[in-house]
Ligand binder design. Structure first.
Ligand code: AP5
Length: 210
């Protein structure tokens, strides 16, 4: 099963990608996570990407298309994958088509901009193991400490309120048009993502089983 998860920043793509991976045993491919890892490791790509992500802007298409080409060629993607955060522009979607990748479903998680702002301002992440929490909706057992590896939890630089507004603007301008793009292929399914995580997961699983 080859899937794309669409949705605004903070709509819950990463959260739902994890649930799909656990249930179906396929890897989640998150361009955001790959880019953050490259920034942390100070690679050439990470250095190039940092100024864009910090400002809430998109990293240039050629960079992310290169990342995806390499990642999808890896062995663990042979039996399927969930794309979380790619494509994000029409040229990225066209590049995916040109690679000959056949997508089975595109699940768009819909959440209002108001709810997004609340979710992202409360998100806390562990830079060591990548786990994600929320100060209200998904608390760690000890405040500020990762349940999994015990490292400190921090707020992502791009989750600061002013940057979230920029990310939402970029989403509406550059990523939302992908809904039309995939609507035309007949593969788009829209899922209500405004309620609790478990409710969204149930809706996502249902669309995958239909
Ligand atoms: P990326 O990491 O992909 O960020 P994003 O799309 O902005 O998505 P997020 O990770 O912020 O949100 P999410 O939808 O995964 O939500 P989550 O599940 O964590 O990209 C970061 C940057 O990298 C981009 O800005 C760009 O610069 C660059 N980049 C990446 N891909 C690119 C590409 N293809 N092209 C160009 N540039 C690219 O949930 C959010 C929070 O809400 C969490 O705290 C969670 O616990 C909570 N939550 C989730 N669901 C619920 C719920 N139902 N109810 C209450 N709380 C919830």
């Amino acid at each position: 099963m080859n899937l794309i998860l669409l949705g605004a920043p903070g709509a819950g793509k990463g959260t739902q990608a994890e649930k799909i991976c656990d249930k179906y045993g396929i890897p989640a491919v998150s361009t955001g996570n790959i880019i953050r890892e490259a920034i942390k490791n100070g690679t050439d790509m990470g250095l190039k990407a940092k100024s864009y992500t910090d400002a809430g802007a998109l990293v240039p298409d050629d960079v992310v298309i290169g990342i995806i080409k390499e990642r999808l060629a890896e062995h663990d993607c042979k039996n399927g994958f969930v794309l979380d955060g790619f494509p994000r522009t029409i040229p990225q979607a066209e590049a995916l088509d040109k690679m000959g990748v056949v997508i089975d479903k595109v699940v768009d998680i819909e959440v209002s901009d108001e709810a997004i702002a609340a979710r992202l301002s409360g998100r806390r992440v562990c830079l060591k193991c990548g786990a994600t929490y929320h100060t209200e909706y998904k608390k760690s057992k000890t405040e500020g400490i990762c349940d999994i590896c015990g490292d400190e939890l921090v707020q992502r630089k791009d989750d600061k309120p002013e940057t979230v507004l920029d990310r939402l603007r970029v989403y509406h301008e550059q990523t939302e048009p992908l809904k039309d793009y995939y609507e035309k292929t007949g593969k788009l399914v829209i899922v209500e993502g405004q309620e609790k995580v478990e409710d969204t997961t149930a809706l996502v699983f249902k669309t995958l089983e239909d």
